[in-house]
Design a protein around this ligand. Structure first.
Ligand code: BGC
Length: 379
């Protein structure tokens, strides 16, 4: 699906590399002048249960292989000991650079110490690795803005605000419920902070009501971002707070997988029929199953993060380290991991409503129109 685009990016990265090498000349030592074929990049991804991480892994691997590198790509099945052991193994097998999307952002300190002892640069991929000195670079999206965008989509869907940020025609009050991601994922906090900063004025003036009263991230977080857990929590909320005949008008959901669980709970409870419209449910990642739901008018929106571009930044950073250079950061303030501020390269995100599917997702080659209609990718 993404091959053409990947090839284009690969070519661009290659051109950059050739240009950089040409300018510098050799002479930076044996290690730095080794051929790409002699370099192994360890890529550690959290799980294959969400298609977002499959797309990330594929993009990183394809782009690195395009440049001639050997790639050791491992998925950890969302199991922390498995990820630790996979990273340990990459280190003992002589990886030259590590690219890691952590399951638990605080659980890899000893692996990162071993990497530092072996002079292996570590790039945190999308999720910041916390509590360690030995994170050399971070590539991600603007995670606070993701939360702002999710909350804005909720406001727009309810009619409290328009897409350009001006006041909408609706006044409420609307009943909403809040969900957050896994507490051990640094991003979950950024998403929730961005969303709450955006929603709070509407909660304060009474146009939004969190009927369950559950508004702290600890109360609304979903461990490991699990769809089933989100479905169960939504079912529990419907029972505990909406058995009096009141209805839920909107749900802040930070990830498409959670959104699908939430929507299932709502549909099972009778929402989605003509007299009982489906609440406004947000999302993230533009997973194909959710893009279909948006196209069908079931899910309100998602936040698109172009994993091809994130992979490209990880590859550019890995190459810089291999050349003995520091990758170029565009943010050196935001991502304090508890020990140091990690230099970061952050990409922008886009909100996708129904009308944006064609221009943003199809025209860019991310999905074909057939995939959107089917709700699954071709392979
Ligand atoms: C990523 C999100 C993703 C979530 C669940 C987060 O760390 O930034 O894009 O939805 O993990 O996989």
């Amino acid at each position: 699906m993404n091959r053409r685009f990947v090839a284009v990016i690969g070519g661009a990265v290659l051109a950059l590399t050739v240009a950089a090498c040409g300018g510098e000349g050799a002479g930076s030592g044996d290690e730095e002048s080794a051929a790409p074929e002699d370099r192994v990049i360890g890529v550690s991804m959290p799980t294959q249960t969400s298609e977002r991480w499959i797309a990330d892994g594929d993009s990183v691997r394809e782009q690195l292989e395009e440049l001639g590198y050997q790639v050791d790509l491992q998925y950890a099945g969302d199991d922390i000991p498995t990820q630790s052991q996979q990273v340990d193994q990459m280190i003992t097998q002589g990886a030259d650079v590590l690219i890691i999307a952590a399951i638990d952002g605080t659980a890899l300190s000893s692996q990162l110490q071993a990497a530092a002892d072996a002079d292996i640069p570590v790039i945190a991929y999308d999720r910041l690795i916390r509590d360690s000195e030995n994170v050399d670079f971070y590539v991600s999206f603007d995670n606070y803005r993701v939360g702002v965008a999710q909350a804005t989509a909720l406001l727009v869907g309810l009619g409290l605000q328009t897409e350009d940020g001006s006041p909408g025609t609706a006044t409420g009050p609307f009943n909403i419920e809040l969900f957050a991601g896994s507490l051990d994922d640094n991003n979950a906090h950024f998403f929730f902070d961005g969303a709450m900063d955006t929603l709070q004025p509407f909660i304060d003036d009474g146009s939004l009501v969190v009927k369950s009263g559950q508004m702290d991230i600890e109360q609304v977080a979903i461990l490991r971002w699990q769809q089933e857990t989100a479905q169960r929590r939504m079912e529990d909320l419907l029972t505990s707070s909406y058995s009096d005949g009141s209805r839920v008008d909107g749900v802040l959901s930070p990830f498409d997988g959670l959104s699908r669980g939430i929507l299932t709970a709502l549909q099972n409870a009778g929402y989605g029929a003509a007299a009982n419209p489906i609440p406004v449910v947000t999302g993230q990642d533009a997973e194909i199953a959710s893009v279909k739901l948006i196209n069908d008018g079931v899910q309100n929106s998602t936040i698109f993060k172009d994993t091809r571009l994130l992979a490209e930044q990880a590859v550019i950073a890995a190459e810089a380290f291999l050349e003995g250079e520091e990758p170029e950061a565009n943010d050196t303030e935001t991502y304090d991991n508890g020990v140091k501020v990690v230099p970061s390269y952050l990409l922008p995100v886009e909100t996708v409503y129904r009308d944006d599917i064609q221009p943003i997702l199809v025209d860019s080659g991310y999905y074909t129109a057939e995939e959107v209609a089917a709700g699954q990718t071709e392979g």
